[in-house]
Every structure is written in C-alpha cells, then in structure tokens.
Design a protein around this ligand. Structure first.
Ligand code: TXA
Ligand code: MG
Length: 309
C-alpha cells in the first residue's frame, strides 16, 4: 500500500485523478489548487462545473489555511471531530479558488480519518478536492469495486468497505448561524453539545441554489419508501417484480430481498451496497421499508428520501 499511496500522490501532483477510501464513502480526488485537475474531476463525474467540492486535508492546521476566518465554533468542532466524518463550510481564503467553491465566497473543508486517506493526504501535502467517487446523481461508492464499476480512473486505492457508509455531516459556519446542510454519522445533538448553541436545520425539501447539495443519491430502478404496516399489501399487489430492502425476514413471494440491521449505524454502513445490489436485480421497483422517525435515523432517512426522489 505504501508504494501505491506514493504513486497516487504523484498522479495528483501531475494533475491526474485518484480514487481513495474515506471512512464515509470513497472519494474521487484531484489537486484542489489546479484548475485543470479539478476540471478533469468534474468531467469524470459528469458533474456541473458550478457545484462546489469539498477539499480534504491531513490535519486541521492545513485545512484552516483555506479559510480566511476560523470562528471559535470551527476550532471546537475540529478539535472534537477531526479527523472524522465532518465537513465545515467556512469563508474562503485566497487558496480556495472559484473552481472548488463553485464561485461562492465559502469553502467546504474536511479532514478524513481513514488511514489510507490520511497517508495519501500526508504524502501529497496539499488540499485534495474530492466528491464522492460516483457518477453525478447516482449512489455513492463504499468499496473500491463500486468505484471501478462506474468510473474510469487511473488508480483506485483499495481500503476495504467504508465504515460509516454515508457521506459526512456538513455544517455551515460561514454565516451568523450554524446550519446543518447534510446530516451524517455525527448528529446535530453531538454538534450542539460541543458548541453549546442550537444548530439550524436546512430543510432538505427546500430548493437549492447551484451551490447546494446534490438532489439525488439514487438508484436507476424507481425506489419507494413503504411504511412497515403497508409492506405486505404492497408486495401482494406487485408480486415478484419488486426488490425489497426491509427489517423483516425475506418473504417467499420476492426473489430479491435484503434484510437490513435494526441499528442505524450498521444500516448506514450497508445502505449503498444494498441499494446497488437491488438496483442490479432488474426489477420494476425497489420497496424500502421506512425506518423509525427518530433522531438516530435522521441521516439514513435523508439518504432514503433522496434515493426515492
Ligand atoms: O463524506 C463526504 O463528504 C465525501 C467524502 C469523499 O469526503 N464527499 C462527498 O462529496 O460527499 P460530494 O461532492 O459528493 O458532496 C459534497 C456536498 C455537495 O453536495 C456540495 O454541494 C456540498 O457538499 N458542498 C461542498 N462545498 C460546499 C460549499 N462551499 N458550500 C455549500 N455546499 C458545499
Ligand atoms: Mg456525492
């Protein structure tokens, strides 16, 4: 792995693209200081050029060089949760160019904890722009094989299956209030506990400006959330033409059924791989049993509601 990481850092320096594991999902990385490298990144993903991208660093000190103001709240969250699955949006410094901020005055910064990501970021030294390593709008990749399935990249570093399984929590600290832009493994209440202030919520249904979050993390097969009490009737109606993601035991009427863990972190870890598998079954629809509407399921529910459009 050491030789591969060194080669990956060389590819980044030469303006190329490298996919690498993080604890959340796999990232597709490019030198965040290079306009041509980032342009190549957007082209590989099929992503609109005005979307901002998260810049990754080995440590908080390097990350904060890309912000012109580092509020106390950012220092507290970084001290508590970095390296880890948290992205901070801060006012940008001159290092964060328009091609990584989507022309906005703020920048997304993250220090991932995965040892391979850490090794790569240390070997490279600078900021690595990295969206999730999937085609724009589709499901994030949580294994090296998922990345290779859908993207043509020179090198994919294989760090095993991502432990968190869903993308980082994003907190916007660039304005007067702290705003949760994307829920994740690190919960709103964990953030509030550290900051001792209330964090505002961005309604996931509200329309987003071009710099907002992607609308979908969606499979190609139409997917539908079904409350537990309605699952049986829905299956009876549609029969074997559906694939099912549920908490309950497989039903003999359905050929493609994945039983999911009842614990939210274990569920999140397996979510994208499970949806990819069911997506490949060629069914008319994917039925997803709705998880409980409790705070510990917020991040999973956010991804499921996007997946079901
Ligand atoms: O866990 C993660 O965050 C993964 C891994 C690879 O680090 N990355 C990831 O990147 O999910 P991406 O590009 O797929 O999603 C990042 C989201 C995008 O929806 C983008 O619009 C938003 O973060 N974002 C990035 N920079 C932003 C900024 N300056 N202001 C507002 N939103 C921003
Ligand atoms: Mg993404």
């Amino acid at each position: 792995m050491i030789a591969e990481v060194r080669r990956a850092a060389q590819i980044l320096r030469a303006g190329g693209l490298v996919a690498f594991p993080t604890e959340t999902v796999y990232g597709l990385g490019a030198d965040a200081s290079s306009a041509t490298a980032v342009a190549r990144l957007y082209a590989a993903k099929g992503r609109p050029a005005d979307h901002p991208v998260i810049v990754h660093f080995a440590d908080a000190e390097r990350a904060f060089e890309w912000a012109r103001e580092v509020p106390e709240a950012a220092r507290k969250l970084a001290a508590k949760f970095w390296p880890g699955p948290l992205t901070l949006i801060l006012k940008r410094s001159a290092k964060a160019k328009d091609f990584v901020t989507g022309g906005q005055d703020n920048v997304g910064l993250r220090v991932p904890s995965h040892p391979v990501a850490q090794a790569l970021l240390r070997a490279f030294g600078g900021g690595v722009a990295a969206p999730s390593a999937n085609r724009f709008g589709s499901l994030s990749a949580t294994t090296a094989a998922h990345v290779a399935d859908e993207l043509n990249v020179e090198l994919v570093l294989d760090g095993g299956a991502s432990e968190v399984g869903i993308e980082s929590t994003i907190v916007d600290l660039s304005g007067t209030n702290a705003v949760l832009l994307r829920p994740g493994r690190i919960s709103k209440s964990q953030l509030e506990e550290v900051l001792k202030i209330k964090i505002q919520e961005k309604n996931s249904d509200s329309p987003r400006h071009s710099g907002g979050l992607e609308r979908h993390y969606a499979p190609k097969t139409p997917a539908k959330l079904v409350p537990p009490y309605a699952l049986d009737a829905e299956i009876a109606k549609r029969g074997s033409s559906v694939a099912v993601l549920a908490f309950s035991r497989p039903d003999e009427r359905v050929d493609y059924w994945i039983r999911m863990p009842s614990e939210p972190q274990a569920y999140a870890q397996r979510l994208y791989a499970a949806l990819r598998e069911l997506d490949g079954a060629g069914c008319a629809a994917i039925l997803i049993e709705t998880p409980p509407a409790t705070p510990e399921w917020v991040a999973v529910l956010d991804r499921l509601s996007r997946a079901t459009g």
